[in-house]
Design a protein around this ligand. Sequence first.
Ligand code: NAD
Ligand code: DAU
Length: 357
Amino acid sequence: MSILVTGGAGFIGGNFVLDWVEQSDETVINLDKLTYAGNLQTLASIKGSAQHVFVEGDICDRGLVDALLATHKPRAIVHFAAESHVDRSIHGPGEFVRTNVEGTFALLEAARAYWSELKDDEKAAFRFHHVSTDEVYGSLGPQDPPFAETNPYEPNSPYSASKAASDHLVRAWHHTYGLPVTTSNCSNNYGPFHFPEKLIPLIITNALAGKPLPVYGDGQQVRDWLYVKDHCSAIRAILAGGRLGEVYNVGGWNEKPNIEIVKTVCALLDELAPSAEGSYSRLITYVTDRPGHDRRYAIDARKIERELGWRPAETFETGIRKTVAWYLENTEWVRNVQSGAYRDWVAKNYADRAEAK
Ligand code: NAD
Ligand code: DAU
């Protein structure tokens, strides 16, 4: 038995593949294009494992996906591959439409062709799980209830619009063709192997390098934070018991303003890696806001708890401590991802963000 994972060299997909190999006997076929966000060093601990087959390639390459499905006959597809960074989608939305929309379309069509030829029992057991985001629901006011699965879609960034489009395709392939799909919409993840262009790893790595800690706008934007291993366990639960065609919101019941996240990371670094120059919070710098910046996300995760018994294992306090410790222990992984391409991105994203007075 095997499963096909897309985007398994990225942050969440990489954590999912590592957990899968540790917890299951099944083989994982891992299809990843190795964009700037894909990193085989994340998978170094399972190098040579017969349970992990890495294939460098594009989800848009229909011939390649057809061949992988025909060769490995997976019982499920777990679809992580995406362009995932909101700021990059503002600088260059084209790649987001290509991978997130066209890529999901190509994958759905390949899955449908493969699934329709399976024997009845295999057909009934097959699953296509689509990994999506809470950002498709738009932005909440301070007193609004958290996002439920029934909230209307109101995506505001090129990234969230492309993910919303992919969610709609997945839904339609179930309703029209009967493809056995499930979808999860999850809040902000954090944890090991997080690419240091996203808030938490950026703050940790900048602080340790003595660089400014850029906080967009007033820093009062609220996100719900979930430790990545909890997201992985939620996906495993949905794969095992999720109802076909259903959407499950996944979150940590853990809403915090960005500035609080930044100050928490600084306090942990002060404790675990104190700087001779004083608290890392001295590096906090308010900079020009992200265009169209969503003010608040929050997740109502009662459905997945009620139907599948899933709840996060980590609190923010335990998860962030583990995360900071991981970055302190894995400086080589960080150094290797901070390549030339990473430096180019940092220059592009922060160059025209004047320091707010
Ligand atoms: P990531 O950017 O770290 O990794 C994406 C991976 O997909 C990379 O390994 C990249 O090489 C690969 N990829 C990109 N384009 C590809 C293509 N055309 N073909 C094959 N592989 C390709 O992303 P992530 O943060 O791990 O997010 C994974 C998924 O989870 C995404 O679908 C994202 O929308 C969703 N999600 C992320 C978060 C979060 O907080 N990071 C939260 C909710 C949902
Ligand atoms: O909500 C789920 C989403 O979370 C996922 O779908 C995305 O793939 C993932 O990237 C993440 O999106 P965000 O835009 O919320 O993550 P990011 O880490 O880029 O930013 C988190 C918050 O911190 C956001 O409000 C913007 C702010 N921020 C970010 C950066 C990079 C800053 O204040 N300064 C920064 O330098």
